[in-house]
Design a protein around this ligand. Structure first.
Ligand SMILES: [Zn+2]
Length: 282
């Protein structure tokens, strides 16, 4: 694959607090150069960052052309105060404030909008998310405001009803997408939503002993099953490692291998179709 449609330059795949601390005064350009060089060595020509509020993705975008890489960043991801995402993004308390943040991202040259609309997987407990998702009425408004500003929208979204709601209201891509079901997948196919399942964040945990192994294996199995179903239904899938997440270093090439577990030899052609749509939209 020659692209990674979901990564975080601010993180390092080891420990998020110290990774962020490295850039808290100003972006560590030496770190960014090293990561970009690694992507270049692996043949990557397109990166889509999940965002950070310290300007690390923006700095990477500035340096990326030296490495022959097209780099897209939402600047900071936007999250609802009190919900998942505050560790890395900018928070809003109401829709008016959200609209102000979106306008700010327009002014500061963001390439797209990233919203956080659900919690994370609890890797110790199959089927459990760390918190409640945002309600559908709010998801609809978040997407609408960003589209009105002319942005494409990427959503961190886990859970079938959350992803289904986001797809119904025209989200451009769903990231992670744990625990989807047939109805959610069907809506995503109908709406042309690109799904970036970031299988590496799950698969790369196997055998590491960080979480309950049976839970990790069950989470991975359900993701692989959904990926296979989605592909069979004609859905758009794109490769994104979530590099920077634990056990996913920059320049990781693990995503294709996990996708092959679900899709076999056809994985690459499926992914290149989805990746092309991502690059058109973002
Ligand atoms: Zn991410």
């Amino acid at each position: 694959m020659n692209c990674d449609c979901h990564m975080h330059m601010v993180l390092d795949g080891v420990e998020w607090r110290s990774a962020i601390a490295r850039h808290s005064q100003k972006p560590d350009t030496e770190f960014i150069h090293k990561a970009l060089a690694q992507y270049q060595r692996n043949g990557i020509t397109y990166l889509r960052d999940g965002g950070d509020r310290w300007g690390v993705g923006a700095k990477a975008r500035e340096l990326a052309p030296q490495y022959g890489i097209t780099y897209r960043t939402p600047l900071a991801p936007l999250c609802q105060e009190g919900h998942y995402g505050a560790f890395i993004g900018e928070c809003y308390v109401n829709l008016k404030e959200y609209a102000r943040l979106v306008a700010g991202i327009r002014q500061r040259g963001g390439d797209f909008i990233k919203i956080m609309i659900s919690g994370l997987m609890d890797f110790d407990r199959f089927g459990v998310l760390t918190e409640e998702s945002l309600p559908e009425t709010q998801i609809k408004e978040l997407i609408h405001v960003a589209h009105e500003e002319g942005f494409s929208v990427m959503a961190h979204a886990n859970g079938a009803r959350t992803a289904e709601a986001a797809a119904r209201w025209g989200i451009d891509s769903i990231e992670h997408g744990a625990y989807l079901d047939k109805d959610a997948l069907q809506t995503m196919v109908q709406m042309g939503t690109v799904w970036v399942p970031t299988l590496s964040t799950i698969g790369n945990l196997l055998g590491k002993g960080r979480f309950r192994e049976e839970a990790v294996a069950a989470i991975l199995d359900s993701a692989l099953e959904n990926v296979a179903d989605f592909a069979a239904m004609g859905g758009l899938l794109a490769p994104g490692t979530d590099a920077g997440a634990w056990a996913v270093p920059h320049g990781s090439m693990t995503e294709l291998g996990w996708m092959e577990k679900a899709l076999g030899a056809e994985a690459e052609s499926f992914l290149s179709r989805g990746a092309q749509v991502i690059q058109e939209r973002f």
